[in-house]
Design a binder for this molecule. Structure first.
Ligand code: FES
Length: 158
């Protein structure tokens, strides 16, 4: 019986290791992704919306070059760019460009161009989520894309 149990356990444990292997792999979330060219951003600092495209890998599936989100980019200097996640931190709707910043169509939160809440009546618990940016090869705008939990005052990675 002991020998039978051991010979049965070896393939079972091996199968479980292979089955759960994708869950142990490192996530590609929050890595820098090429989003746009610096030349596509207006010199006057007005924001432009860009899709963030990446290969999406979850436990057992891999989807090449899929939109995983979007960001507003705007120049803050000759070689400096601010990136804001388009997701409203209240409940997750996508914010729109407004006259002097951004507004959320779902519950009317308003944000300044910098991403800060601009109206005290906004239900959003924090400003828009700013993302890290790197300028590579003089003109490539790379963004460390990440989503954060909605409905929290603190910026907690989702
Ligand atoms: S989801 Fe934006 S204000 Fe509610």
């Amino acid at each position: 019986m002991v020998i039978g149990a051991i010979t049965g356990l070896v393939p079972l444990v091996s199968g479980l290791i292979v089955f759960f292997d994708p869950l142990r792999r490192k996530s590609r979330a929050s890595e820098f992704l090429l989003v746009a060219s610096l030349n596509a951003l207006p010199e006057d600092g007005s924001p432009r919306k860009f899709s963030v495209i990446a290969s999406r890998v979850d436990a057992w599936n891999k989807s090449p070059q899929t939109p995983i989100g979007a960001v507003y980019l705007r120049r803050t200097g000759e070689k400096a760019v601010q990136a804001l996640n388009v997701v409203c931190p209240h409940a997750g709707c996508f914010v729109d460009l407004a006259d002097e910043g951004y507004s959320c169509p779902c519950h009317n939160s308003t944000f300044a161009l910098t991403g800060q809440i601009s109206s005290p009546s906004s239900p959003a618990p924090r400003g828009l989520d700013e993302l890290e940016v790197q300028i590579r090869k003089q003109t490539e705008v790379w963004v460390k894309f990440q989503n954060f939990r909605a409905g929290e005052a603190a910026k907690i990675p989702a």
